[in-house]
Design a protein around this ligand. Structure first.
Ligand code: BDR
Ligand code: CA
Length: 316
């Protein structure tokens, strides 16, 4: 069993990653930290609460993450991709009193203390809250077993600028700090997540097997995501499951990824290259020049990805 704390900005692919985590018998989801990113922090929190309630898992705490990047600037949201509310066409009917359920970030430290060297953090949103956790409580955060981050684009085009991927671009300073600070770090970049596609045919197959309310969420939100991606990348044969790809990386699924050990840096001075993820792939830099190597997923086996997704998302 993997004890996972998911840091999300609960949009559509975050939701698919969350549903996968809830259905996967290998995962013990200890908490969801939900902050700004695809949408604002309030919508992100509400979406996480709604999905957990739909799944009958309101025992899993939802922690309030950051509301904006470290530099305090107003964040940019992506309603065209995730919908105004973050779950495509779905408007979660969460009563106001539901918000009383959320807990603050101090609960994160208690969970880590209660599970020393057993917690796997999977960060599929901006790195702001994770950076703040390290700044607030490094002596507890060092007891995290390992960290996986969906972010970056190495020597390939970005998705919010020509060079930058959305999670790293949204708070490049936090991304660089987390990449330099987190031990046992694995980065799952666009290089592989762009190929982690769920096609419309697979969505229909998954939907044909759906019985529970949470499973029946998959089709409407992925249909919306598909239409959005047809505007972004006309002809793309499905929707890229960036965040699900990061959760799967935490499970040591044989032959899913190939990795390269390199030091990851993120450009964050004010420039056109803000959010650019950098790693030294020159042959001589295999040992990271004695620095703490990070691990970067460089290749994905799409057949392994799809067979695992189908296995888990159609589990009854
Ligand atoms: C990342 O940005 C968000 O749009 C997605 O949820 C994912 O975490 C992809 O670049
Ligand atoms: Ca996300």
């Amino acid at each position: 069993m993997k004890k996972i704390i998911l840091f999300a900005d609960t949009g559509i692919d975050d939701a698919i990653a969350l549903i996968y985590a809830l259905k996967n018998p290998e995962i013990d989801l200890l908490a969801v930290v939900s902050g700004y990113g695809n949408i604002d922090r309030e919508k992100s929190l509400r979406n996480a609460e709604y999905l957990l309630e739909l799944a009958g898992r309101d025992d899993i705490p939802v922690l309030a993450g950051a509301t904006r990047p470290l530099n305090g600037e107003e964040p940019i949201f992506f309603p065209d991709i995730h919908g105004v509310e973050g779950l495509g066409p779905i408007l979660p009917p969460i009563p106001e009193e539901q918000f009383a359920r959320r807990t603050n970030i101090s609960t994160l430290f208690q969970i880590i203390k209660d599970n020393p060297n057993e917690v796997t953090i999977v960060n599929v949103g901006r790195c702001t809250t994770l950076a703040i956790a390290w700044l607030l409580n490094p002596e507890v955060m060092k007891d995290v077993k390992e960290t996986f981050i969906m972010g970056g684009a190495f020597l390939v085009p970005g998705n919010v600028t020509e060079v930058a991927e959305a999670n790293f671009y949204g708070d490049a300073q936090a991304a660089d700090y987390v990449c330099q600070t987190s031990p046992n770090l694995t980065v799952i970049p666009l290089n592989v997540t762009r190929k982690a596609l769920i096609t419309p045919a697979l969505v229909n197959y998954i939907d044909s097997r759906a019985t529970s309310p949470i499973e029946k969420m998959i089709k409407p939100i992925l249909d919306f995501y598909y239409e959005a991606y047809q505007q972004l990348e006309p002809g793309i044969d499905g929707t890229p499951q960036h965040d699900l790809a990061a959760v799967m990386a935490a499970l040591d699924i044989p032959d899913l990824y190939r990795y390269s050990n390199r030091v990851v840096r993120v450009q964050h001075e004010e420039s056109f290259a803000n959010g650019l993820s950098i790693a030294d792939f020159r042959p001589g830099s295999m040992d990271c020049f004695g620095l703490d190597c990070d691990r970067i997923a460089t290749e994905i086996n799409e057949n392994v990805f799809i067979s695992n997704v189908l296995e888990i998302l159609t589990l009854s």
